[in-house]
Structure formats: structure tokens, C-alpha cells
Write a protein that binds this ligand. Structure first.
Ligand code: MN
Length: 285
């Protein structure tokens, strides 16, 4: 798969995303704490843009191939299926008939609510799982390229029965590990988990607010079940209020974010963060 003609710029900063956008790079899900950077295609659906439909859905249905001649993008965060499929559709990196509408729909539903969509029971669920199981995806441009390449291959070649079995087993193992990791309750609405796998879809079933400590990365992620839950519990700014309270470097969106990228945290520091979140919960405004 040759992606030499595709340009993807990664940034963690709104001003930088704006700069790329002004040079003709289409922002894909460039939501920052302070708002979204949009290009001509309005490819975001977070924060003030959350009234819009998801980006993959719109890219596949309404804008397939429109950036084929100028496939330039600016992105932020980790490469999720929604953003990656949007890039593939806009740049026409695979033929249109290789993107089943039901796959785009599943990517969209899973992006909006990972808790209610159980991939093991969905048509194309194994395909989406196979993408999600691509490891070592970080917050950088090479990861976006890797993710785009991997989804292109998936769409072009499909998966074998043998791969399907492996994918299902791996997902069952992930669910088991997520549900059996150490969990501490901070009141009824908040849990602190020490996860060795990504498990927010399972953890949100225990509480609407989850503080997850990753021993491997020595980092903390804080999430709310949804943007509307975040606003209900913490006020209009959602978790952004919490990140401001936690100090420099903490950040993200209304419903999810985490600890400073350049700082290693201990489990005790994660517990302190959970206590701060709990305090702000009981004291929403
Ligand atoms: Mn999305």
C-alpha cells in the first residue's frame, strides 16, 4: 500500500492545527479543550460540534474521494477507527465499493457509544476488532499512517476464518482482563482501575466516571461515560474543569483526557487524582 502521496500532520495544539488548516490541510477530529478546528468539510463531532454526525459516516456517505487530489490532513489524539476511516474515504485510498456502508455505520455507532455496541455480536464486528487490536498506536503521525495502512489492508483483503477465531479469542481475553483488574470505588459514581488492557467499555458499566491507571505507561486517563454525563456531573465544561484543577499538562476533551504526557505518575498519585475528581463530583458547580 503506497501512501507516499498522503500527508498527515500531527499536533497537540489548537494553534498549530489552525496553522495547518490555513495551509489547506483538512482537520480530522481536531477537538481541543478550547474548541474544534474545522476545515471546509467540518470533520469533527466533539464539544460544540457534537450536534454533527460522526466523521467516518459523513466522509464515506457524503464526501468519498473529495480530497483524492490533495490528501492532506491534520490530526490529534490516538488514531481511532472513526478518524482513520474518514481519512481513507476522503482520500479514496480504497475503492468506494470496498467500504461497506454497514462497516462505516458500525464504526460510527461504536465511536459514539462503545458501551452499548458489542463487537462480538455485530456484523463486521470482527473486522473492527481486528483494527482495534493493532498494537502500539500512539499519539503521533507514524501511528496514524500505520493505522490507515492497516485499515486499508483490512478493507481490501478482508480476514480469514483463522484470523476471525484469533480475533474473537483476543477480545474475550481483553474483556476478562478488564473485568478482573484491581478496582477501587470512590463513592457510587467513580472507580479507579489498574488496567493492563483498554477496558472503558466494561468499566463504565460499574460507574459513570472512570480513573484508569496504566502501570506500563505510568499514566492516568480519566473518562466519563458520555459527553452529556460529563456535563451533568461537572458542569458545562465537563472534565475540563477537573483537568484545570489537577494542574499543568492535564487535559483532553469534555468527556475524556489524562495526565501530562511527559510525566510518570505512581498509583498513589493516581489515587490523589481520583480523590480530586471525587471531590469535584460531589460539588459540581
Ligand atoms: Mn469520532
Amino acid at each position: 500500500m503506497n501512501l507516499d502521496h498522503v500527508a498527515i500532520q500531527y499536533t497537540d495544539h489548537m494553534w498549530e492545527a489552525q496553522q495547518w488548516a490555513s495551509r489547506g490541510y483538512e482537520p480530522i477530529e481536531c477537538a481541543f479543550g478550547t474548541g474544534s478546528v474545522l476545515g471546509p468539510l467540518n470533520m469533527d463531532h466533539h464539544g460544540e460540534e457534537s450536534w454533527r454526525e460522526g466523521v467516518a459516516l459523513r466522509a464515506c456517505r457524503d464526501h468519498y474521494g473529495v480530497l483524492q487530489e490533495k490528501p492532506r490532513f491534520v490530526v490529534t489524539g490516538t488514531p481511532d477507527a472513526d478518524a482513520v476511516l474518514a481519512i481513507i474515504a476522503l482520500a479514496a485510498l480504497v475503492p468506494e465499493d470496498k467500504i461497506p456502508a454497514e462497516f462505516a455505520d458500525l464504526v460510527n455507532r461504536r465511536d459514539l457509544d462503545p458501551i452499548v455496541v458489542h463487537l462480538l455480536e455485530e456484523k463486521y464486528g470482527e473486522e473492527l476488532l481486528s483494527f482495534q487490536q493493532v498494537s502500539h498506536l500512539h499519539r503521533d503521525a507514524p501511528s496514524f499512517f500505520r493505522a490507515v495502512r492497516s485499515m486499508c489492508n483490512l478493507l481490501l483483503e478482508g480476514i480469514t476464518d483463522e484470523q476471525r477465531t484469533k480475533i474473537r479469542r483476543k477480545e474475550e481475553r481483553r474483556i476478562h482482563m478488564a473485568e478482573n483488574c484491581p478496582i477501587e470505588h470512590f463513592g457510587g459514581d467513580l472507580v479507579l482501575v489498574q488496567g493492563t488492557v483498554w477496558g472503558f467499555d466494561r468499566w463504565y458499566q460499574m460507574a459513570p466516571v472512570v480513573v484508569s491507571y496504566s502501570q506500563r505507561h505510568s499514566s492516568v486517563t480519566i473518562g466519563c461515560r458520555s459527553e452529556s454525563v460529563a456535563k451533568e456531573l461537572f458542569g458545562e465544561e465537563g472534565l475540563l474543569r477537573v483537568f484545570a484543577e489537577l494542574g499543568r499538562g492535564w487535559g483532553g476533551r469534555e468527556s475524556i483526557g489524562g495526565s501530562p504526557r511527559d510525566k510518570r505518575l505512581s498509583i498513589d498519585e493516581a489515587r490523589d487524582a481520583a480523590r480530586t475528581v471525587q471531590r469535584m463530583l460531589t460539588n459540581p458547580l
